[in-house]
Design a protein around this ligand. Sequence first.
Ligand code: ADP
Ligand code: MG
Ligand code: MG
Length: 888
Amino acid sequence: QKFVYDFTEGNKDLKDLLGGKGANLAEMTNLRLPVPPGFTITTEACKVYLATGEEPAALRDEVSAHLDALERHMGKRLGQADDPLLVSVRSGAKFSMPGMMDTVLNIGLSDESVAGLARQSGDERFAWDSYRRLIQMFGKTVLGVDGDLFEEELEAAKAAKRVTVDTDLDADDLKSLVKSFKEIVESRAGRDFPQDPREQMDLAVKAVFESWNGDRAKLYRRQERIPGDLGTAVNICSMVFGNLGPDSGTGVAFTRDPASGQQGVYGDYLQNAQGEDVVAGIRNTVPLADLERIDKTSYDRLMQIMETLENHYKDLCDIEFTIERGQLWMLQTRVGKRTAGAAFRIATQLVDQGLIDEAEALKRVTGAQLAQLMFPRFDERARGELLGRGIAASPGAAVGKAVFDSYTAVKWSRSGERVILIRRETNPDDLDGMIAAEGILTSRGGKTSHAAVVARGMGKTCVCGAEELDVDTKRRRMTVGTTVIEEGDLVSIDGSTGKVYLGEVPVVPSPVVEYFEGRMHAGAEDAGELVAAVHRIMAYADRVRRLRVRANADSAEDALRARRFGAQGIGLCRTEHMFLGERREMVERLILADTDEERTTALEQLLPLQKKDFIELFEAMDGLPVTVRLLDPPLHEFLPDITELSVRVALAESREDHNENDLRLLQAVHRLHEQNPMLGLRGVRLGLVIPGLFAMQVRAIAEATAARIDAKGDPRAEIMIPLVGTVQELEIVREEAERVIAEVEAATGAELRLALGTMIELPRAALTAGQIAEAAEFFSFGTNDLTQTVWGFSRDDVEASFFTAYLEKGIFGVSPFETIDRDGVGALVRSAVAAGRATRPDLKLGVCGEHGGDPESVHFFHEVGLDYVSCSPFRIPVARLEAARAVA
Ligand code: ADP
Ligand code: MG
Ligand code: MG
């Protein structure tokens, strides 16, 4: 087994073995781009080290051999006293990972060789600057010394000299800094800074290996579902110096604008600087375009290289480079991150350039990016006063009055105010306020903080960790610099950029939604490139996807909207809303009925109303399937609130004014009260214990279908029975339904062709799917309830109470209510699909939980062979796109 690869030996496809950085350094080397020579220690070596606590026996010799070769090539030895070869030791896993060890530059410098470097370069200041950087980086990342100690010392040195930037320190200043840095190391690390160059290198390599199991790295991996056993590679790269004076420097560049996708010159450059200086903001950088003026030769060469990289990687690349005395060196490249809008534009641009095909274009965008483009946004032309910037935790644009506690948020929103809930950080007590607010803003916490997690779950706009904001909840205000924002002042927050504004910034609908709604045409002048790109990508997607996409919609209005968004039917029409509003009284009468006669009367009143609803719905979805779910929720949801009712009854009694109906209602409320309503009398159980209820609903569907046929329509209703646990339940309901349908057919003379099927949302239903398929023509997986019952999680309770803790501890990367739990819930779905199809080969299969619109989950449903997913109208484009990406 080979543990070390020279940069000339690898290539970009060896990311597993060489890590992302190493694989791309090798690729650039092979493209004959100017990469400083070096070699990569493989992830395999790291794995052995992590498993045994020791480097593999062969590693030391292999590293020596590669180092020898490198030294011969460079004509100098590592740390050689009169002319030292210096190297950087750089970590680089397959996925770039925060929490991994930082890079150590200038390895090979010592008290002796620093003088050699000074003589060779003819620049004493440079040599000592490099040495102090080495001790600082090595001390911090390899020896674990608190980095602030070095920073403070550096600041003190600048202050003593009354200068503000590091370049104003001269060789003598840097010499004395080196002295104090070494003292810091000695006192804090309990050892001297190592003078032996090979020891420096070996210790740094080991530190990189060990950083794989650092706490932050581990947590990040668990949350991102990156396997813990991949290990990291280590790159040893000969140093080039951007800190050799004004004809040297270092920079970062993008081959296209990562914000818009436009081709051009994007990046930053800093003269006389090394490594992280550009991004660390220690001095002001200049735009990359200025490099043309500073060093035309290097600039032209860089432009040429960027073009080579784009054509080679066929994608936007980001780049790190250094110029040493007019000589350009490439230090890193990778396919770069980009904004959602840029992703769509770049994908179509690359198709037009002939660099990629349509199938590849689909891989270059994601449903999450599309979803982001569909949120309303702040009007770009309107300029608000920027207060600060936090983490873009949950997208959207929200405007409202500042409130600093949950109670006020609820109170104000009840009286019709829009509010933004502002807290230092949120906790479960803030939940009501978060629900009431338009958006949530916190000054602390990251992407996995309570505020961020809960807001994303609720689809609420959220900016968190805006540290410039000083939130004072006691005095109900926050201060930003000198600006004081009191309770009631208007603020605007942008959950897609993290920006926080004072005052009301006008919100405009997303052009992408305008396009889907049919209010904007892709070719129209004002539609812009983005809409044109989305239009094209959606066309590619619809050509290749196998999964059909339906909508969860309960009304004709929703159905029409869903159709505009591309729905191919309704996968879930909930009938409970048809029991609310003015119809509530009829439902109350149904529940209170003591005699068959009373019950029949109540049902007869509901029938024509339901029928009318269905006629409208079937008309809106004419020609496409509509799955109607019979009544599902527990009955108490249709009755008045127990407290309100008790008070009303008590008051009436004190006035000796008995209201017979209220009394009966109160009794019913008590009778129907359940400890665990979600596991109680609901779904098919209602149909079985309330005579005539399901029959009425089936009759309404059947008569509506007959009416639509009569009107020359093409209704395609499917009747769905919820919460079935055993085939016997289904058989009973089925017999009754068939009888009713036959009656309607006889009465109208129409052939109705109504399909009867069931939801699979209980573990028992999934486990006995083979039997249930005997009585069902279709299954629709109700993955919300299935997740609740498989995990034993009550969704309404657990998300607020302990999910944040679970997410923080990395037990889930994402809530199982958001993304299907493949291993648990998913396994049940998979086996139910197989068992169902074994019984009935033409069984139609779909899913109607929240997961139907979740990208990851859509891929899973494609894999297990469902026929369709159903999701809320707004998620349909996302599901269409992801269904196509699942094929690619
Ligand atoms: P990260 O993964 O954090 O980007 P890198 O390994 O890329 O870490 O290194 C950090 C900085 O040091 C980058 O700016 C990089 O360009 C620079 N750097 C790394 N190796 C060398 C080298 N051999 N010569 C000069 N600069 C280097
Ligand atoms: Mg880098
Ligand atoms: Mg359900």
